[in-house]
Design a protein around this ligand. Structure first.
Ligand SMILES: Cc1cc2nc3c(=O)[nH]c(=O)nc-3n(C[C@H](O)[C@H](O)[C@H](O)COP(=O)(O)O)c2cc1C
Length: 369
């Protein structure tokens, strides 16, 4: 499905929206090399300085295909990210869209100048709903959206694509402000909310609240894209809850040009993602079918089950065996995510399954982020 986008002829009309899957340079290169259907590669949002982000849990599933996340804009900072992006070999028919964020107009401009030499275009994350001081507050103000877009446009000579928040009463007005600032295209939507998800009475996300994505936000994303395409005349990257060819057809009918699929890929291996995009393309072209949806991992179980610690046996100074009160059903080669509300979540392999036990080695404290 050859697609025209901002001056390039692309090998496919899909992207994976910022922050999902394509978060490191080697993964982006692997997608360039093996999944041509993904014509636009969008990076994780990059800011002026390194950010460790929040402690896990940072992503949670509140219903099949529906997620909340608060990652906290984890990124290595613009200088380091530029070094990593410089290693990429971008094929002629792919588009590298580097997502950037800042806490002020000046920060957007400085990150844009550092990243622009390595990108085909810059996406402006004006819309993160859970990182204090970044994104959404700016993206809700049309005058600021216009000012940031115009300032970045003046600083670089590649296309600039503001990414809008759905958390506004009139997204068409924000899109008009972006275009008045010189936007070459618009991406919509970022996550919705923020909202809470509790398990056994405890907020799952360490940040408490998180932005909603996946199947549940599809109707809102369709409404937003409809309002944007009615308000402005520029290419639109549509994302928010897309999982099937029929969802893609819906956004196409509303005038979108590139289709972002993020949350729907949770739980898939790289090979499964490749097969998913092939099936989706076939659904949209020769077959006019809707088979890709069946490949989505709606069976992924991200629910927690409560366990009680019954013994903490010290083996030596820095090693202990923790034994819990029941079996969890973990198989050889699998690991479990152990979440202590208020403290964090980490993956552990099991020592025994019935009752569940694991070995803890004290490696010392992490430096404070
Ligand atoms: C785990 C996670 C991390 C995300 N990180 C970013 C980010 O760094 N920058 C950004 O602009 N959007 C970020 N998003 C929002 C997505 O790019 C996308 O706009 C949203 O998830 C809707 O698409 P989907 O329903 O297909 O996931 C993130 C979403 C998720 C689930």
């Amino acid at each position: 499905m050859k697609t025209q986008f901002l001056g390039k002829t692309l090998s496919g009309p899909f992207t994976i929206p910022s922050g999902i899957v394509t978060c490191s340079a080697p993964i982006i290169q692997a997608f360039f090399d093996s999944i041509p259907e993904v014509g636009v590669l969008t990076t994780k949002s990059i800011g002026p300085t390194p950010r460790a982000g929040y402690r896990e849990p940072v992503l949670s599933q509140y219903a099949p295909g529906c997620f909340v996340n608060a990652v906290g804009l984890t990124n290595p900072g613009a200088e380091k990210a530029a070094e990593m992006m410089a290693e990429l070999v971008i094929p002629e028919d792919r588009f590298l869209l580097i997502s950037i964020f800042g806490g002020s107009v000046e920060e957007y401009v400085s990150v844009a100048k550092i990243m622009a030499p390595y990108a085909d275009g810059l996406e402006l994350n004006l819309s993160c709903p859970h990182a204090k001081g970044y994104g959404m507050a700016m993206g809700q103000d049309p005058a600021l959206v216009q000012e940031i877009t115009a300032a970045v446009k003046a600083a670089v000579n590649i296309p600039v694509v503001p990414k809008l928040t759905p958390n506004v009463p009139n997204i068409g007005e924000i899109a008009q402000a972006a275009v008045a600032g010189g936007a070459d295209a618009i991406c919509a939507i970022n996550t919705v909310g923020p909202g809470n998800h509790l398990s056994y009475g405890e907020n799952v996300l360490s940040n408490g609240m998180g932005g909603m994505s996946g199947k549940g936000v599809l109707p809102l994303a369709l409404k937003c894209v409809n309002e944007i395409t009615n308000a402005v005349d520029c290419p639109v990257i549509a994302c928010g809850g897309i999982s099937s060819a029929d969802n893609v057809r819906a956004f196409e009918t509303l005038g979108a040009n590139i289709f972002g699929i993020g949350s729907a890929l949770v739980g898939m291996t790289t090979a499964q993602i490749g097969q998913y995009f092939k099936t989706l393309t076939n659904d949209l072209t020769s077959a006019k079918s809707n088979k890709a949806e069946a490949l989505i991992r709606y069976d992924i179980d991200m629910d927690f089950q409560p366990l009680t610690l019954v013994s903490n046996e010290k083996v030596c100074d820095d090693i202990a065996i923790l034994t819990f009160d029941k079996k969890v059903g973990v198989q050889a080669g699998e690991f479990i995510f152990l979440w202590i509300p208020g403290l964090g979540e980490k993956p552990f392999s099991a020592l025994t399954d019935d009752p569940f036990s694991l070995v803890i080695i004290n490696l010392g404290s992490l430096p404070t982020p």
